[in-house]
Design a protein around this ligand. Structure first.
Ligand code: ARG
Length: 520
């Protein structure tokens, strides 16, 4: 099996060999994320991907994936962690810059390896070998996808229950968790059922709800600007004492505040999954990022300013359903319901998209033989991966039952940021070790370096402030290790498998002698 795992290096031909290497690389999961606007067969393989994603499609994809539950749910927790309005706005801004830095760095990776459909999985494999790539794929299935979708469904549940409980509404009381969770579970079941019935239902839902959520956010931003314009004439408002809070945030608070803000920006990496399907990835990848992420940052800052202009901080701090409070305050009870419906649609659309791709990650893993065969089966008539949807629904529901918005965000983010960090370290590692790799877009070097330092801080601090969620998250990531070892030993050549295993581990840690020895 040595041949298929051979790693390209500059000595080996550099960039030119990547495509070749990729073609006969058979030992990692092929994660073809199919764009939701396409109705092509889902078992399409790498190589015959069609190139029809334009700049505008890409822009719609990035903005559509990023805007979801976060901007309608995170502002409360962000303020609770940051203790003051001023710090919370800084956290929203810094989160956006971090997402921007990450996305720009990923644009370098994506344009250097444009025919790669696997995103992080492929970059990690290229830079550090199969172990981290496998751990990423494993974590996507066992943690990142289900937890991410669970968070969105929880927010959906909170908004829907809040509409139903209108009359007994008290903004300072936390809501009853069990009714929220029941609704979130129903949401998972409905989405799984709809997407199991037909591929087109899923993509239609996506298109309609993307429009609704962008309009909602626009309305919030514009309403905020209007209110602020009126307030400048009155004598006092929240922004006068922006940095006053009952205490100062600790570094752990700041990290968790950033996690909650970053949740709202999550999805900045998703363009890379379709780089192989872009008409002109080398030009458009960076262009879409330069246009898309700053637009989202501006929107989010406007939305937060609007929330603060309209609502007292005591209300913001205690709510996960800020858009309802905002709507009620401005337009009365009907306004609250209207906003709640829009946000519920936004979340439903986001969960739909997340579960559409999530099921396909499971499906692809099963096709590679990493999961029981049944999960790689497509329903004969409906052409949908039904078993994959069942497994996904099961894991998502467990996470909904086990967590809350904030605990799930922390649980998700520790693992997510570990892999974002590793991918960007991979970028820096390749700059050093493979200077000859063609990089049509080179990000300014301080960007990945700063990202790495902040990423390390973000990865480590939550172990202090939220140890339970952080440790559980890492346990799941690390539980992929014995699976990887078992897989290597089963697939490996009888005589050399133990040595190969050791070599692959050494390779992951960049042991040079091995890198040379490999190509003897
Ligand atoms: N930013 C989105 C939200 O606020 C979450 C995106 C989930 N992540 C993803 N890769 N689809 O809900």
């Amino acid at each position: 099996n040595m041949g298929t795992n051979t790693h390209p290096t500059s000595a080996h031909g550099g960039a030119g060999t990547f495509a070749h290497h990729h073609d006969d690389d058979t030992d990692t999961i092929d994660v073809n994320i199919i764009p939701l606007s396409s109705s092509e067969p889902i078992d399409r393989q790498r190589g015959d991907l069609q190139k029809n994603v334009t700049f505008w499609n890409g822009l719609g994809l990035v903005v559509g994936v990023i805007i979801g539950s976060g901007i309608f749910a995170s502002p409360g927790p962000v303020l609770a962690y940051s203790k003051s309005v001023g710090v919370s706005l800084i956290i929203w801004f810094v989160s956006g810059l971090l997402a921007f830095a990450g996305a720009l760095s990923y644009a370098e990776l994506g344009s250097a390896m444009p025919s790669t459909a696997g995103g992080e999985q492929a970059y990690l494999k290229y830079a550090f070998g199969s172990l981290p790539a496998f751990l990423f794929s494993w974590s996507s299935i066992a943690l990142l996808k289900p937890a991410g979708n669970a968070i969105i469904c929880v927010v959906f549940g909170e908004y829907v229950v809040n509409i139903a409980a209108q009359s007994t509404w008290d903004p300072t009381q936390p809501m009853k968790h069990w009714s929220n969770k029941a609704v979130a579970v129903v949401c998972v079941l409905i989405i799984s059922a709809l997407n199991s019935i037909s591929v087109t239902i899923g993509t239609r839902i996506q298109d309609v709800f993307t429009v609704i959520k962008i309009i909602s956010l626009l309305v919030i931003a514009i309403a905020g600007i209007v209110v602020l314009a009126q307030q400048t004439t009155s004598s006092s408002h929240v922004f006068d004492h922006a940095f006053e809070g009952e205490s100062d945030p600790t570094l752990g608070d700041i990290a968790l505040g950033l996690y909650t803000g970053l949740w709202a920006y999550d999805g900045w990496n998703n363009l890379n999954y379709v780089s192989a399907e872009m008409k002109n990835p080398i030009k458009d990848l960076p262009k879409v990022i330069f246009a898309g992420v700053p637009v989202v940052i501006v929107f989010y800052l406007l939305a937060n300013t609007a929330y603060y202009a309209v609502l007292p901080t005591s209300v913001v701090m205690n709510t996960n359903t800020i858009a309802i409070d905002f709507g009620r305050q401005l337009f009365g009870p009907t306004g609250g319901v209207l906003f709640a419906l829009c946000v519920a649609c936004s979340c439903f659309g986001a969960a739909n998209g997340g579960m559409f791709t999530g099921a396909r990650v499971i499906y692809a893993a099963a096709r590679e033989g990493y999961l029981p065969k049944i999960f790689g089966k497509v329903h004969e008539r409906r052409r949908t991966p039904v078993a994959a949807f069942v497994l996904q629904a099961f894991m998502t529901i467990i996470m909904i039952l086990g967590g809350t918005f904030s605990t799930l965000v922390n649980f998700f983010s520790v693992a997510a940021w570990l892999f974002y960090l590793l991918s960007i370290l991979g970028l820096l590692y390749l700059r050093y070790h493979e200077p000859s790799l063609k990089r049509p877009f080179r990000v300014w070097t301080v960007v990945p370096i700063l990202f790495s330092f902040l990423g390390l801080f973000l990865f480590l601090m939550p172990f202090v402030r939220a140890p339970k969620e952080s440790c559980l998250s890492m346990v799941i990531v690390i539980s992929g290790l014995p699976l990887w070892i078992a897989k290597e030993l089963i697939d490996g050549n009888k005589e050399t498998r133990w040595r190969d295993l050791r070599d692959k581990i050494l390779y992951t840690f960049g042991i040079q002698s091995y890198r040379g020895g490999r190509h003897e």
